[in-house]
Design a protein around this ligand. Structure first.
Ligand SMILES: NC(=O)c1ccc[n+]([C@@H]2O[C@H](COP(=O)([O-])OP(=O)(O)OC[C@H]3O[C@@H](n4cnc5c(N)ncnc54)[C@H](OP(=O)(O)O)[C@@H]3O)[C@@H](O)[C@H]2O)c1
Length: 186
């Protein structure tokens, strides 16, 4: 399959890129790195990417900044970092990308354990991850042309065997699942 991997140069992206390349063609993208540049917080940039990269079967997103800090340090500006980049960025990726993805294609978004098993200092991630999961559950009911959408919700990457992480993303691409939140190593 031809897979667009957004955030290919990040911690998760660097694990997925070589592993998924064994069976698929990977087109990498990132804010400052990769085959193509994209800023998820800018819808024009998302549209431009899909105009440039054609014939995509699967779009994986492992990108999106989010503020880490306690309740007392959190304010609207800090909250908006995650909302604009990780939450709205991934939502817009689907809203725009659904027009471009091949029939029977798939989106795999990334949320995270803090959405449903938060620990202190992660309120922003909890809100954003919960929003991504809810979006995936609801959007999966309405995407057309056989397009599927799933979310991977990993625990801290340093606590996860690379194999488990790779298998979760591979499942989202290769298996006929839709509207699932795949929890990795909770
Ligand atoms: N790491 C973990 O333990 C963990 C656990 C659970 C969930 N997650 C989630 O998984 C995702 C990836 O995590 P990570 O640790 O791999 O992140 P990372 O190491 O910070 O890498 C993020 C990647 O995303 C790209 N990026 C960041 N903001 C972007 C934007 N606005 N537009 C386009 N590309 C952007 C960066 O591109 P450039 O390098 O080109 O700037 C980078 O390649 C994040 O949403 C994170 O919250 C991570």
């Amino acid at each position: 399959m031809r897979i667009l991997l957004i955030g290919a140069n990040g911690e998760i992206g660097k694990i997925l890129n070589p592993a998924l390349s064994k069976n698929h063609e990977i087109i990498s993208a990132g804010r400052n790195s990769g085959d193509f540049k994209i800023d998820l917080s800018d819808s024009n940039s998302i549209e431009k990417l899909f105009e440039e990269v054609k014939n995509i079967d699967s779009c994986i997103c492992v990108a999106g900044d989010c503020y880490t800090g306690d309740l007392h340090s959190l304010d609207e500006e800090k909250l908006n970092i995650g909302i604009k980049n990780k939450l709205l960025g991934q939502v817009n990726l689907v809203l725009i990308g659904q027009k471009y993805l091949n029939d029977n294609g798939s989106f795999i978004l990334t949320s995270g354990k803090m959405g449903d098993k938060p620990v202190k200092n992660n309120i922003s991630k909890a809100i954003v991850n919960g929003g991504i999961n809810s979006f995936v559950l609801s959007a999966s009911l309405e995407l057309e042309r056989g397009i599927r959408i799933n979310a991977i919700s990993p625990a801290k990457i340093s606590d996860i065997p690379a194999e488990d992480l790779i298998n979760a993303y591979a499942k989202g691409i290769e298996e006929n699942i839709n509207g699932e939140i795949i929890k990795v190593n909770y």
